[in-house]
Design a protein around this ligand. Structure first.
Ligand code: ACM
Length: 514
């Protein structure tokens, strides 16, 4: 009897030791991974996936975009696990499998991610859904890698079911006040896509600079592209550059929204072509930061030839549905002229098969019902939107503007809309911010980064991060699943992720950074 007890005791200890050696515990339970955006539903299981058990990526649905994603995930996996995966199309165990099941998913971006002891499955109704699922898996891997003290050997099992709260989750970059290179824009796109942002609005022209080559009006970039705030040399995207950015964004399921701000904010164009001015004289290039002093000449036919050529050339390079025509702060364009100008410009947008988008000031014109209006500041006029039933994109200066200083000692940024600390930027609801609007008018939210004081990528990153991460969660995660206490805990793990990527961020004191 005694020897039997000794045998069972010894055997038990042996099993305990071998099992704890062969299945190292993941650093997080699946229900506690500090994922951002927080998924819709997470069901942890007792299973553990050993990283070394994964041998391949299996692309069950043969779509070129899935094969490209498999290639990208293969590089990612090598980077974080050292393991070299093969890409296969069928019959593989021990695989990360991508499968499109259109009949099982109603929403374009919805996906399921299952992690079992020897496989991972990502299922969705579309390639875009698969992509969102891959981003969740990658975040789980990076967070595990960074927080397991380089001893990252396993992932927690379970299932995630996920879909976004809003269809439009955007960022805006002002490349007119300061120019940003193609490489900078791609780097921003990578970061945005890792947090499931799906639109990048490009503010391509303003008083201080014209940033996109227009072949039929070459002086726009020869003259208007050569200035920026503070007197720097500016810069511009050739059409090849622009196409490259659009493709790069497209591959990451981010739609580029081009904006040419009209009829105000146009000094760079007015300085490039004398004939666009009512008095026939070109203006001087402008490098200050005042707004509201420029306007196109509404009564000249050349103005509309110009607008037509610009919208045509940019639309040809932009597969996305929207063309943004600005419309903000046209303080020196009388309202009647503004409306006349916009009526013709809206016709041109329609001619090139785009949905018009504009800052809320567009509401005084006769806008088509499908127009997407961008709310940025409180205005008595804004209630006029309601009868038009237009869709609204929330970009409140007080909650969304990434160029607002965090606090009084932030070295960069402006504060005309107040300070925007990390908690304030997170803790609000786009569907109820403006009481005049119906919740179902709100298509989503967009965080603009105006660049009067932002000169390079480090500046951009310091103002965007971490606020854009909270913004991404507001866009993706259902309101009832979100609260500041839980979010700020999860965010505390993302500082090391940004450090690892050498992305600057504002180390807000209210976060207990891990
Ligand atoms: C804006 O901030 N002028 C849209």
């Amino acid at each position: 009897m005694a020897s039997q007890k000794i045998f069972f005791f010894t055997f038990g200890v042996f099993i305990l030791i071998t099992s704890s050696c062969s299945t190292p515990k993941p650093i997080f339970n699946l229900g506690e991974v500090p994922l951002i955006p927080l998924p819709t539903n997470v069901e942890p299981s007792d299973e553990i996936l050993l990283i070394d058990h994964i041998k391949s990526i299996q692309v069950k649905t043969l779509e070129p975009s899935l094969l490209r994603m498999a290639d990208d995930l293969k590089s990612f996996w090598k980077n974080y696990t050292k393991n070299e995966l093969t890409i296969v199309t069928d019959g593989e165990d021990h695989a990360i499998t991508f499968e499109i099941e259109s009949e099982n998913f109603d929403e374009v971006e919805a996906y399921e991610l299952q992690i079992e002891s020897d496989e991972v499955n990502i299922k969705a109704g579309t390639a875009e859904g698969i992509y969102r699922g891959i981003k969740t898996l990658e975040q789980l891997v990076v967070l595990s890698h960074l927080h397991a003290n380089s001893n990252f050997l396993s992932l927690p099992g379970g299932e995630i079911e996920d879909h976004p709260s809003f269809e439009y989750r955007g960022a805006m970059l002002d490349v007119a006040r300061h120019f940003f290179s193609v490489a900078d824009v791609k780097r921003y796109i990578d970061l945005l896509s890792s947090y499931k942002i799906n639109f990048l609005h490009f503010h391509l022209s303003d008083d201080q600079g014209w940033r996109i080559e227009i072949k039929s009006w070459p002086k726009l970039t020869e003259i208007g592209g050569q200035s920026e705030v503070g007197g720097g040399t500016g810069g511009f995207y050739t059409q090849e550059d622009f196409r490259e950015i659009v493709q790069y964004a497209n591959d990451r399921f981010i739609t580029i929204v081009p904006e040419i701000d009209l009829p105000g904010h146009t000094n760079a164009a007015l300085a490039s072509y004398a004939e666009l001015n009512c008095n026939g004289k070109a203006t001087e290039l402008y490098t200050g930061i005042e707004v509201g002093f420029s306007t196109f000449c509404v009564d000249k036919e050349e103005t509309y030839e110009f607008v037509d050529d610009v919208i045509r050339e940019i639309s040809e390079m932009s597969p996305g549905p929207y063309f943004h025509i600005g419309g903000d702060e046209s303080h020196v364009t009388p309202e009647e002229d503004f409306n006349r100008f916009m009526d013709r410009t809206l016709e041109i947008v329609k001619k090139y098969d785009k949905i018009p988008m504009g800052w809320y000031e567009l509401i005084t014109a006769d806008i088509p019902e499908e127009t997407l209006l961008q709310y940025w500041a409180k205005s008595a006029d804004f209630s006029k939107v309601i009868p038009k039933k237009s869709k609204i994109l929330m970009s409140s200066a007080s909650y969304n503007y990434l160029d607002m200083k965090y606090d009084s000692i932030t070295p960069l940024g402006l504060h005309w809309a107040g300070y925007l600390p990390v908690k304030k930027a997170y803790d609000w609801d786009p569907r109820s911010l403006v009481p005049d609007l119906d919740a179902d008018q709100i298509i989503g939210l967009e965080a603009p980064l105006w660049t009067e004081t932002i000169e390079d990528f480090d500046d951009l990153a310091l103002m965007a991060f971490p606020r854009i991460i909270g913004h991404a969660e507001i866009g993706w995660t259902l309101k009832k699943r979100r609260n500041w206490e839980d979010y700020s805990q999860r965010l505390s793990y993302h500082g090391s992720l940004l450090d690892h990527l050498e992305v600057k961020y504002y180390g807000a004191e209210e976060i207990d950074w891990k």
